[in-house]
Ligand binder design. Sequence first.
Ligand SMILES: Cc1cc2nc3c(=O)[nH]c(=O)nc-3n(C[C@H](O)[C@H](O)[C@H](O)COP(=O)(O)OP(=O)(O)OC[C@H]3O[C@@H](n4cnc5c(N)ncnc54)[C@H](O)[C@@H]3O)c2cc1C
Length: 383
Amino acid sequence: MTDFELSPHYRELQAEARAVAAQVEPFALEADAMSVVHEDVLRIMRDSKLFELLVPKQYGGRDEQLDPLAIALVREILMATSSHADSLFALQGIGSYSLTRGGKPEYQQEWLPKVATGEALAAIGLTEPIAGSDLKNITTEIVPDGDGFVLNGEKAFISNGGAAAFYNCLARDGDGHTMVFVRGDAEGLSFLPTPEIAAPHVLADLKFENVRISADDIVGVRGKGFDLALATLAIFRVSVAGASLGLAEAALREAARHAGTRIQFGKPLARQGAIAEMLADSWTELEAARLLTYAAASRARQDPAAALHHSSAAKLFASESAGKIVDRAVQIMGRWGLIKDSKIELLTRQARPMRIYEGGSQVLRLGISRELVADTLKTTEAK
Ligand SMILES: Cc1cc2nc3c(=O)[nH]c(=O)nc-3n(C[C@H](O)[C@H](O)[C@H](O)COP(=O)(O)OP(=O)(O)OC[C@H]3O[C@@H](n4cnc5c(N)ncnc54)[C@H](O)[C@@H]3O)c2cc1C
């Protein structure tokens, strides 16, 4: 369990992240409408040194090992201001973690310090046109060739696609799956446009045509790439809950400001029972989601894999709550909730993907319930 109070260390980190968010703010509306990297936001993020939280100390990072609570707290603050800044931050960790865990030492030495400074942007390629939640069904494949391998296939909806210096990509390898390191300028790698989504995001599809993979490009153990994908989720899933909190907080702030100033039937909307109820429900859900998220992230600090169903529960509850909170905010704001490209309309669009990526809500529920019945099922099925 987490303390109810964050320690001074984490409160200092929150203050640091707030100062960065304040610098991003003037660019936020413009950056959040872009599907390519916003150079000013990237510069601010690089200068901030927050990327150091996403790499272990020995490679230029801040802590001995990644701290899921620190990452979730920073995402909460960045997301309340800009999804673009949040995404640049999160992807440096999600995209590089396979390398941190299983990369060849020379690759770790070469690339991780550049991830920590933001000189190199990172990305992870799991999803494919036919495989999303069901990742074991991927068809991108490495096949032995000479003293190495060739990689063929396609990845879809890859964040930082086209902008990243490297991609950790999951590929079929005989009967198993292997994580491979692909440089952004690799021969045979091309980028196809991903259909534009409601809340703009830096995305591209990747196409591999006979991309040469050396033995050193294999990340971790051959055939065990799926474990690296799961280890990445174990650290970063709870950070999506953190980002959901930030989004919900921003939506509730907009709704409360409007309800306090808009007069209807002779008094502020906030004094009308039904509106007060919506505000109170949103705040209560947000606080519950925050406690669950901080508790899960604290657990994940000790043992991310063992805490996975707590992280899943936090991501499920926080992202579903963010959806409800932003929807109530629109209702409270009436016609002002619908104005295109206003903060609240942007938040409405940004809230939706959170229930789909890094574990769709249904898939998270399946995982949590599997954990709940694991012991009972073992006994039942042994009979
Ligand atoms: C903004 C954004 C950024 C992304 N960035 C990346 C990235 O950087 N790298 C990457 O690899 N991928 C990325 N993705 C892809 C993302 O990981 C997938 O969208 C996600 O895994 C879900 O897969 P899918 O969209 O194919 O949905 P599907 O797997 O087809 O699922 C569709 C729906 O069915 C539900 N569902 C699935 N299986 C079951 C089941 N067994 N029982 C009940 N319900 C089920 C799901 O929860 C979902 O609601 C990104 C997606 C988005 C939207």
